[in-house]
Design a protein around this ligand. Structure first.
Ligand code: CAA
Length: 316
């Protein structure tokens, strides 16, 4: 039995803001005239159900993220939940409860997580409140996670008589190791943000009110980097999770070699040798203006004369 009848307002299940607007501590845009260049914001929008991931929502999410992935003006995607209580409290249990093995196997919605994980554009989950079950799996399917200090992650499926079905056993085990993943999956215990940071599956924990603003800043820093190199790095690091090390190293080497001959590679290395900031090509332009790094980002920086800084400076 497939139970995926979309509600009338399917389009509202996922909101998109592209380019994204910077956010203040109240989560509201600070200045509608100053969008975050190259960054799209995707909002899971079922706050009354703690953004539970219905099949209709998952399908819409996959469509939205894939469309952004095709858009050269989008160089980083932030995914967050509407409201402050949850990123997403899991797959929609009411809907799941009436599924069968057959209907799940045939369900396009059930592939939503994989479709989000497969886009080439880097993705960042901005997590406040609950990220449980399929919600935690969606966050883990993203490339980075910025968590508010009010976030709580967990795989409670065992309490529903099932197991994580959207990557939770695989991605969590790879992220934090077998023994720790076993404990979390077998007990369903919730992990507060600070522990998630210690376990190493979130990128950064920030005061709750700054979660979205921080994720957007991080996305802006990524979006300011050379696009082809960013996509190659994303593909290479994801490969580390998907293949034995030897295959991963081969794939990394191939991706690395593939960047030689691109304008950004030539420009980046030339700029280093000429002791100046690189001028990255804007996407879609054969040669173009500088893609400026936002203030405070890890983007292009004025280079001090070589030898003036020690190895801890981190530039190379
Ligand atoms: N599915 C459907 N509805 C959900 C939901 C979910 N996963 N989580 C919360 N909701 C709904 C509740 O039914 C409730 O709706 P009503 O107001 O209409 O009754 C509303 O959201 C608010 O939830 P609560 O009243 O339960 O809020 P709370 O503060 O008391 O508890 C909570 C919050 C601890 C997150 C609790 O809602 C909860 O345990 N949710 C379920 C978490 C869960 O088991 N997730 C895993 C789902 S299975 C899965 O994801 C499988 C997979 O791997 C793909």
């Amino acid at each position: 039995m497939a139970d995926e009848t979309p509600p009338d307002n399917t389009a509202d299940l996922v909101l998109v803001e592209h380019p994204a607007l910077r956010r203040g501590e109240d989560g509201r845009p600070t200045d509608p005239t100053e969008p975050v260049a190259g960054v799209a914001l995707v909002i899971l929008n079922r706050p009354r159900a703690l953004n539970a991931l219905s099949f209709a929502l998952l399908l819409r999410l996959a469509e939205v993220v894939e469309a952004l992935d095709e858009d050269p003006a989008c160089r980083a995607i932030v995914i967050t939940g509407a409201g402050t209580r949850a990123f997403a409290a899991g797959a929609d249990v009411a809907e799941l409860s009436i599924q069968t093995a057959e209907s799940l196997g045939a369900s396009p919605g059930f592939r939503g997580w994989d479709r989000v994980a497969a886009v080439a554009t880097p993705t960042i989950a901005a997590v406040r409140g609950y990220a449980l079950g399929g919600g935690a799996e969606l966050a883990l399917a993203c490339d980075m996670i910025v968590a508010g200090d009010d976030a709580a992650f967990g795989q409670p499926e065992i309490n529903l008589g099932v197991i994580p079905g959207a990557g939770g056993t695989q991605r969590l085990a790879r992220a934090i190791g077998k023994a720790r993943a076993m404990e979390l999956v077998l007990t369903g215990r919730r992990v507060p943000a600070a522990e998630a940071e210690r376990l190493g599956f979130v990128t950064r924990v920030v005061p709750a009110a700054l979660t979205l603003a921080t994720a957007l800043d991080l996305a802006a820093a990524v979006a300011a980097q050379p696009t082809e190199a960013v996509r190659a790095a994303v593909a290479a690091i994801r490969t580390a999770f998907e293949t034995p090390l030897a295959d991963g190293l081969t794939r990394e080497r191939d991706l690395f070699r593939g960047l030689f001959g691109t304008e950004d590679q030539a420009e980046g290395m030339r700029a280093f040798l000429e002791r100046r900031d690189p001028r990255w090509r804007a996407p879609g332009e054969p040669s173009g203006p500088v893609v400026a790094a936002p203030e405070g980002s890890a983007g292009p920086v004025a280079r001090a004369p070589r030898g003036s800084a020690g190895p801890a400076d981190g530039a190379h």
